[in-house]
Design a protein around this ligand. Structure first.
Ligand SMILES: [Zn+2]
Length: 94
């Protein structure tokens, strides 16, 4: 025993969770650190500012996305929901 393991961000979760879950956290961390493509200027200069907020270094655009990745299926469904709420509001105003 007493074997040191390099497990990155997942280390703070200790041994409370299984190794599969810890590996998944490490995968997410690696994806987070990668640069992502900007939806405005299409250059790969988008970096995570903090959870859910991303910023393009080239055009300076800040945008909301997923906590760990700028574009997620969840984000798309939120956009859809927001649009539906806005449409419903317009209906009420008539
Ligand atoms: Zn940009």
């Amino acid at each position: 025993m007493g074997r040191a393991k390099k497990i990155g961000i997942a280390g703070k979760f200790g041994t409370r969770y299984g190794s599969t879950l810890r590996k998944r956290f490490r995968d997410i961390e690696e994806k987070m650190k990668k640069k992502h493509t900007c939806p405005s200027c299409f250059t790969r200069t988008v970096k995570r500012v903090f959870a859910g907020v991303w910023k393009c270094k080239k055009c300076g655009r800040t945008f909301a996305g997923g906590a760990y990745l700028p574009f997620t299926a969840v984000g798309k469904s939120i956009k859809r929901t927001v649009r539906r709420i806005e449409e419903e509001k317009e209906e009420e105003e008539k």
